[in-house]
Design a protein around this ligand. Structure first.
Ligand code: HEC
Length: 134
């Protein structure tokens, strides 16, 4: 499990789309702030979530049971996926070292509107920040 998380961390660090993503502005304190620049929810999904939840959102059964995000009624309440990303659970690590609030909002909006989910109301960066106590 540790190895997998480390692998994903590296993957996210080296993923070309992240490296090339337009910067969301200047990067004050970038030496300590490892959060990559904002990218679309789809990019975040493909670079971070897909390794476990699969390209079709169906999850799988490997070393750990990974639930499907496809047609998942638990995504109706945005706080649920946001909380999963912030805190992790079981074999899912917290991803706040990789993703900032804008990216979390983007990817949660993405999974809520893809893979057979149709929760149209976008999740905003402000909502995520509020949950993070920022
Ligand atoms: C390292 C593998 C891994 C990565 C990366 C990962 N997840 Fe997960 N995810 C899991 C596992 C395993 C679970 C089940 C955890 C449990 O309940 O024990 C899970 C559970 C979830 C759940 C709860 C589903 C349910 O039905 O209860 C959501 C929502 C979720 N992940 C979203 C995401 C999103 C969005 C991303 C990308 C930002 C992501 N995950 C990245 C492994 C991963």
């Amino acid at each position: 499990m540790k190895t997998r998380a480390a692998f994903i961390f590296l993957l996210a660090l080296t993923a070309p789309a992240l490296a090339q993503a337009p910067s969301g502005g200047d990067t004050p304190g970038s030496a300590t702030n490892k959060t990559p620049p904002p990218v679309t929810g789809e990019q975040v999904y493909k670079q971070v979530c897909q390794a476990c939840h699969m390209a079709d959102g169906m999850g799988g059964k490997g070393a750990a049971m990974i639930p499907a995000l496809a047609k998942n009624a638990k995504l109706e309440e945005p706080g649920y996926p946001i909380g999963m990303i912030m805190q992790g659970r079981g074999a899912m690590p917290p991803l706040t070292d990789l993703l900032g609030p804008a990216q979390i909002a983007g990817v949660v909006t993405y999974v809520r509107t893809h893979f057979g989910n149709n929760y149209k109301k976008p999740v905003t960066e402000a909502e995520v920040k509020m949950m993070m106590g920022q």
